[in-house]
Every structure is written in C-alpha cells, then in structure tokens.
Design a protein around this ligand. Structure first.
Ligand code: F6R
Length: 606
C-alpha cells in the first residue's frame, strides 16, 4: 500500500526513482512524486500515474540523492498537493510515507498554533514540519527523525532527506515495510524488493522500530533507542524478469497462465512417493509436536482467507483435525482465546498485510504456535512466525491474487497430507493425494486451454449488473473467491452464498438480470447441487455451471467442464475458470485489470 523508493550514489537519482516507482505502482496509484537534492530540493508531484509524473520530470532534473512515492490515499483526496513528497515550510526536509499517523490531527493543531501553515491535508506533512524543527536542534538527521518518531502514534515506513545533508537518506519502519538494497558504492531503499531487483539482489529488511542511515558507501541501522543493530543481508531469488509482463497483455493474465509452473514450484521437493508423505522442513516441528495439535486455526485477509477456508476443509478431510478459518482482521480484534494445543496458520502472499501481521503478533504474545504460508521471502510475517511454508510462486504483481491463491491451496494440501500421515491417513489415501497433486499442473494447462471459450462466456455474462456465485462445502470458498475476483477487477456486483442457503433469502434476487455461477463438482453433493440449479432456473435465472460434466437434464445455460482429480483437490482446479471469467469480463468492460480502482496490493494499513 503506497510505494517508496530512495537512492543515494553516484548516478542521477530521478530515472532510478521513476523506474522503481513504476515497479511499485501496484501498491498504490492515485498520485506520485519525486524529490532530488542538488543545491536545495527539487520536487515534482502529480495526481495520476507514474507515467504522468515522468512527463513532468524534466531532463535537467539532476541530483544523485532522492526519494519517490506512489500513493494510495488515506488522508486527503488524490491531488497534486496531497501527493508525496511533503516538504517542511523552509523546504529543507522532504518526507515520503506509507502508513497512517493516528495522532496527526493533534500534532497538526499544535504546529498550526505555532504558526506553521500546512500545504496539504495529509497526515504525512506533520512529519516534515516536526523533523525540520528537530533538525535545527539536533546534530544529525537520524537524531532528528528518531526524536520526531517518538511523538508519533501510528504506522509508518518513511524516507527522509535534508537539503543541508545532501549525502544521506534516513529511513524508518514501524508496521510498514522498508527494505534496503545494497549496491556498488550506492544504496537504495524501497517498500518492496520489486523496486530494487533491477539494481541489486542483496537486501536488508528493517524491523519495526528500526531506522537506517544510507550513504553511497553503505548503511547503518539503529534501534529506536539509538543502539546500532547488526543486519545480515539476504539474497533475493527474484530478478527483474519476474516483474515483466512477459509478452502478455496484463500481469493478471500472465499470473493466471503461470499456474502450472507455480503449482509445480510449490510442491517441488516436498512430495515423497515412497511413503506418500509431504516433507515440510520449514515448519520446524518434530513428529511428536505435529501429532499433538488438537485444532487448527487459519487466519488471513481477503482471498488469503478464502484459501484458508479451503485449507481448513483439506485438513479436516485428510488429517481429521477440527479446523476453521477466520479473517485475520476480525480475529485480532476479538481477544481470541489462544490455546496451546492449536496450530495457528497465518496466510499472506505479501507477508506484509498489517491485520494478519498484527494477529500473528497477538498470537505470539499469548504463546500461540504460529506457522506462516507466505510467498514473499523474508517479509514481516515470514520473520515473525515460528516456521512455515514458502509458496515459491514468484512475485505477484497484479493487484488481484491468482497464482498465490492456488499455491496457498496447494500448500494446504501438503500440510494436510503431512498432518494426516502422522495420524490416521492411510498410505493408500496418501498415495491418492500425492498422485492427484502430481496431475494438477497438466490439468490446469487443460483448463487454460479453454480460455477462448471462457472469454466468450465472459462477454455474454459481463453486461449483467449483478451475479450470484454458489457452491456447497468444497465449492463454497471457490464461489467466494470467484465472486471476489469478478467484483474487484470488473466491478460487476457479485455475491457468493452456500448453495444450500439460497432458499433462505438470496433466492429473492434471482431472475433474468441476475445470472448464477454454480460450482458443481462431481462429488457426493452433486444431486443436491443439481436440485439448486433447477430452483434457479425455475425462477428465470441463467446458470453458468463449472463442474466435471454436463448435467443430464438441461439445468445450465452454459457449462465449463474441468478435468477430474481427487475430490479433496477439486477447489484448486475449479478456481481457474473463475479467474479467467473475471479477467475476460474485466477486459470486455474495458477495466484497468491490473490496477482496479480504489484497491492496492499489500494492505499495510489497518
Ligand atoms: C484479492 C486480494 C486480496 C488479498 C488480501 C491479502 O484478489 O488479492 O484480497 O488476498 O489483501 O493479501 P496478502 O495475501 O498479501 O496478505
């Protein structure tokens, strides 16, 4: 949520900042700005995209130290003045900020009482004025920043420069990620490694409460009480190529199409054909501990939460451990009972979602055993948990989650197999699941092969103002994820219900204007699902069915047939056509597929 880039070194900062911001645009894209230091601060900022910013940055915008920002508005509408960087009144200090300063109103009132005139409505501008005051009274910029942050309540990732100290950038983190990039006689910082990988693969993640001072020849990190901290650089696996569209029209289509490979990477080296088990060394748990859990509680937000619902069903089915999923944002606020015999699983593609991170921290505070299912290596949630499973799905750039969703479901299948095989799951069932998992990549390929037809169906259904999605048991979280994808990228209103709940209320909505996407796998609930289709059609509702075969009677207007696997793994394959449906509906309606309105990837605010 919002992107930050900073550079100090021998080169011109502006092109590096603009390139980095372009890579981060998926984190926020309502306005953008840059500032460079060269005998004073030079600023350009605009409402709009990074491409709009690039147009107003002149060729002579020279300076080898600078910071940049792409914004997702929290305080104040998207506008030129509210765009970051924000400057102090004397134009000495410039700040870019991700997160929310909760006591901004109070700080602003005090500053205004002292005669400070604010240029913007943002919470960030208070930081610029406060740091400028502190800079007058302190010897170093780092001290001025540290002192200012002591008076601030809220979350932040910030980068600060001082016109009077043109060789250094100070960055700080509390709840909003900051990563340092180590170059050859140059240093970078960003809110996401995406902005760094073109220049360096050596990175250092700041912890909450840490500050760093970057100069061209290196960096120092400090705790909030000014003690120097020791940091070990990490090598990032992902390179700049992972962040290209690879010839696809949109990142979303690229990421949907990558799923045969991403699924393969998630299971690679983790399946054992001899004993029909999954090896998950990263869990850091011995067999005794693994056998000891009496419940599994899964937390995550949005699509991650829906994949958790699929995960809970997989664990109950294969390991017979009572399991359930809950939105992390609800869990953290309801003072949950933390039970020592429960395994807590936190899911996050980015590893930075603030509500999920806060829930993990609350669990840890109360002695809960927490593992993570995370895509971004070295991210805050990955560092906070006791162990976990990395997805290895590669960076997900499009705002809507697709490949991370299916890889998370796959990771849950591995976890369920692992938990099941040290309990009651038979070798025969273990083998069945291992073989089923191996078949998945080829079967996903087959579903992707139906893209043209799904694009036609998307064109047919997209003009409707609303769509209903229904599924039973394994199909219900699939329906929720299908509705989520459709609404977030095409803005077609979509509701998801358990098919059995339809007649308890939402059936009232069904009619010619409200088609239903029905998830109807060929499982033990097939007949019940077909009855629901009959009820919908009897009310004049159109049905687009996703399942394993055409129904015998004419119960659906259209059917997308997917290959058959083991029933426990159905949700993974059933999800793929719904991703394609949402994608092509968004394209048909002319939407900005990779950057849907009002949203941003990585929700690092509460
Ligand atoms: C939907 C989507 C979001 C994320 C959610 C959690 O397509 O992408 O609902 O799933 O914001 O994000 P992570 O997984 O990064 O914690």
């Amino acid at each position: 949520m919002c992107g930050i880039v900073a550079y100090v070194g021998p080169k011109d900062a502006a092109p590096i900042l603009l390139e980095g911001l372009q890579r981060l645009e998926y984190r926020g894209y309502d306005s953008a700005g840059v500032v460079v230091s060269n005998k004073g601060l030079k600023v350009r900022k605009v409402k709009g995209r990074v491409a709009d910013l690039a147009k107003v940055v002149p060729a002579r915008f020279k300076g080898s130290l600078g910071i940049g920002h792409t914004r997702w508005a929290t305080h104040g509408v998207p506008s030129d003045v509210n765009a970051h960087p924000h400057l102090s009144a004397d134009e000495r200090i410039a700040v870019v900020h991700n997160g929310i300063i909760e006591n901004a109103a109070e700080l602003r009132a005090k500053l205004e009482a002292d005669g400070v005139v604010f240029a913007s409505e943002t919470d960030t501008e208070v930081l610029a004025h406060l740091i400028a005051h502190a800079a007058d009274e302190n010897d170093t910029l780092e001290e001025a920043v540290r002192k200012t942050l002591k008076s601030v309540v809220g979350t932040y990732g910030i980068a600060v420069i001082d016109a009077e100290r043109p060789g250094e950038v100070v960055v700080a983190r509390n709840g909003s990620p900051i990563v340092l990039g180590i170059g050859e006689k140059e240093m970078f910082a960003a809110s996401d490694v995406a902005a760094l990988v073109r220049y360096t693969r050596q990175v250092v993640h700041l912890e909450d409460g840490e500050l760093a001072v970057l100069k061209a020849d290196g960096f120092h990190t400090f705790s909030s009480d000014a003690r120097e901290t020791a940091k070990e650089p990490l090598t990032v696996d992902w390179d700049a190529g992972h962040y290209d569209t690879g010839g696809y029209e949109h990142y979303l289509l690229k990421e949907i199409s990558e799923q045969p490979e991403t699924i393969t990477r998630t299971m690679s080296g983790r399946l054992d054909e001899r004993f029909h088990v999954a090896h998950l060394g990263g869990l850091n748990m011995d067999a005794r501990e693994t056998r000891g859990f009496r419940r599994v509680k899964i937390i995550g937000c949005g699509s991650a939460y829906y994949s958790g619902q699929i995960g809970a069903q997989l664990i109950e089915e294969l390991a017979r451990i009572p399991s359930d999923a809950e939105p992390a944002s609800e869990f953290r606020y309801r003072n949950p009972v933390v039970d020592p015999d429960t395994l807590y699983v936190a899911i996050s593609q980015s590893g930075e979602t603030y509500d999920t991170l806060a829930a993990v921290q609350e669990l840890k505070r109360k002695g809960g055993r927490v593992i993570g299912i995370v895509n971004a290596v070295g991210s805050a949630i990955a560092r906070e948990v006791d162990g976990g499973i990395y997805l290895h799905a590669g960076p997900e750039v499009s705002v809507a989650s697709t490949k991370a969703f299916t890889s998370t479901c796959l990771a849950f299948a591995l976890l369920a197999l692992h938990l099941g095989r040290v309990r009651d799951l038979s070798p025969a069932d273990g083998r069945r699941i291992v073989e089923g998992l191996r078949r998945l990549p080829g079967q996903i390929e087959q579903v992707l092969g139906q893209s043209d037809r799904i694009a036609e169906l998307a064109k047919k259904y997209a003009p409707h103002p609303s769509m209903m999605f229904v599924g039973r048991v394994r199909g219900y979280p699939v329906a929720r994820e299908g509705a989520q994808k459709l609404k977030e990228i095409s803005y077609v209103h979509a509701e998801a219900y358990p098919a059995s709940e339809l007649k308890h209320g939402p059936l009232a909505l069904i009619g010619p204007d409200m088609p239903t996407v029905a998830i109807v796998p060929d499982d033990e609930l097939l007949d019940k699902n077909l009855t629901t289709l009959g009820e919908i059609r009897a009310r004049g509702g159109q049905v687009l069915m996703v399942g394993h075969r055409e129904p015998d009677a004419k119960l659906a207007d259209d059917v997308i047939v997917i290959p058959k696997n083991e029933i426990e793994l159905d949700p993974i394959l059933l999800t793929i056509p719904l991703q394609l449906l949402a994608y092509y509906a968004a394209v048909a309606l002319g939407r900005d597929v990779d950057k849907p309105r009002n949203l941003a990837k990585s929700v690092t605010v509460e």
